[in-house]
Design a binder for this molecule. Structure first.
Ligand code: ADP
Length: 442
């Protein structure tokens, strides 16, 4: 059996240096002095004195050697040995773990770390306290308590650098056959990266909170108006007409929100199945122009689309693609605030040696401040909440667009300049490339 613990070379040396404890060294010295004195007094008793001296030294050495051998064969406790390091089999087992793992001793000194931990935490000094690497007081206190009580424990901690990470650590005593009365010599620290899980949990609870808030506002206003109509405004014809108009608008707002929420969950459910129909984006743009012309006109805008000669084929679902571009054109009408026209643009681009089709909606309006651009596709994110609500926005439009595009293995690229307008571009893999992507996924 491979040893539970190995020792630095100096602790294996024999002779005087093997007597690690100072009292043992002093005892051997005392025996030698006694031997010398006995010889001075009785020079004729050389042989008995020599035998006595050797017996004294042997008695002192034997327990040490036996202890060293016990530890080396893995059957003894190694906790008293300074600088002990885990044995080969234990180290190999820890190295085989896919998660970052440390072996620490009872003094919280790091004795071994596996390759996964190097990726997660960088180089952490062996034979140094782990507290030099991990600063979270709660985490260190939990480890300390587990070590003191020889018990398994769990602790979570967050790191801010080099980037935000949430770790869950399990502290487990390594109990092997023959673990001494003093308890296990080593403890395993196993780290699990919980960042994505926690972020998803947070997103889910934020989403529920946002959705409830969005529904609660019109609901509260509906209840308020109903109570007013039943009470103080009872019999007031003019007030009733006005309030009923507001109530209808609030009810519609709730209905739009529920439609958008259902739409989002429907898209998410089928996101992993890529669409397979060959769609010419020129036809999609023609349809969108037809459907949105009236709304554009009402906002003093013209939709321009110069139909290219060659087709722009992508793998898609026509209804979803029309929904994407209707939504982008609607936003341009609602938020761009002028500019006279909206351009629908198709172009072929190459990125990283692969060919894509860009389908863009360009407005020439107010533009969006750079700090908002990366957050536009977040659910319920609006640049100006009041303006969005007054324009019947739910804050879910671009999130739906993004999800529909993900279903098409496409992505949304937003560029904007204040005072000059914005371009919302969908970048699709070209149909033959999309075929490759699909076959590689199967
Ligand atoms: P909403 O339901 O509020 O329209 P969206 O997700 O569609 O939500 O859009 C999010 C926000 O992005 C809008 O509230 C608006 O502030 C901003 N926005 C979207 N498109 C444009 C645009 N073309 N120009 C300026 N702002 C825009």
């Amino acid at each position: 059996m491979s040893p539970l613990a190995e020792f630095p070379p100096e602790s294996r040396s024999t002779g005087f240096a093997m007597l690690a404890e100072p009292f043992q060294r002093r005892a051997v010295l005392a025996a030698a002095i006694g031997f010398g004195l006995a010889l001075l007094i009785r020079p004729d008793a050389l042989v008995p004195c020599l035998v006595g001296f050797c017996a004294a030294v042997l008695v002192l050495l034997l327990p040490l050697r036996a202890g060293g051998e016990r530890a080396a064969s893995g059957r003894g406790s190694t906790r008293e040995v300074p600088g002990a390091r885990p044995g080969g089999q234990l180290r190999a087992a820890v190295d085989a773990l896919r998660e970052p793992a440390f072996l620490i001793d009872r003094a919280m000194i790091l004795r071994h770390n596996n390759p996964a931990s190097l990726v997660a935490f960088g180089n952490v000094a062996i034979n140094e306290p782990v507290s030099l690497r991990f600063r979270s007081p709660d985490f260190l206190a939990t480890v300390e308590a587990a070590l003191r009580q020889d018990e398994a424990a769990e602790a979570a901690f967050e790191e801010r650098r080099p980037f935000d990470r949430i770790w869950q650590a399990e502290i487990t005593p390594i109990r092997v056959e023959g673990t001494g009365a003093g308890g296990p010599a080593f403890f395993l620290l196993l780290f699990r990266d919980r960042t994505v899980e926690r972020r998803l949990e947070r997103m889910r609870s934020d989403f529920v909170a946002n959705a409830s808030h969005e529904l609660r506002t019109p609901l509260a206003s509906l209840i308020g108006f109903i109570e007013t109509l039943q009470g103080p405004a009872r019999g007031d014809e003019a007030a009733r007409e006005r309030f009923l108009g507001i109530m209808r608008e609030q009810a519609r707002r709730m209905s739009r929100l529920i439609d958008d929420l259902l739409s989002l969950s429907r898209i998410e459910m089928k996101r992993h199945v890529a669409p397979s129909a060959r769609i010419d984006l020129r036809d999609v743009f023609e349809d969108v122009r037809g459907e949105m012309e009236l709304m554009a006109e009402e906002n003093g805008l013209e939709i321009r689309f110069e139909r290219p000669e060659e087709p722009f084929i992508v793998l898609g679902e026509e209804d979803e693609l029309i929904q994407v571009f209707n939504n982008l054109v609607e936003n341009a009408c609602k938020y761009a605030g002028g500019g006279g026209r909206i351009d629908l643009e198709l172009s072929a681009v190459t990125e990283g040696g692969r060919r894509f089709v860009d389908a863009g909606v360009r407005d020439h309006g107010a533009g969006i401040a750079p700090e908002h651009v990366p957050r536009l596709t977040e659910r319920f994110y609006r640049v100006d909440v009041a303006s969005s609500r007054s324009k019947r926005g739910t804050g879910l439009g671009l999130s739906i667009v993004r999800n529909l595009l993900l279903h098409h293995r496409a992505r949304l690229i937003i560029t904007s300049e204040l005072g000059r307008g914005s371009v919302f571009r969908a970048r699709f893999p070209i149909a033959d490339t999309a075929d490759e992507v699909k076959s590689s996924q199967q």
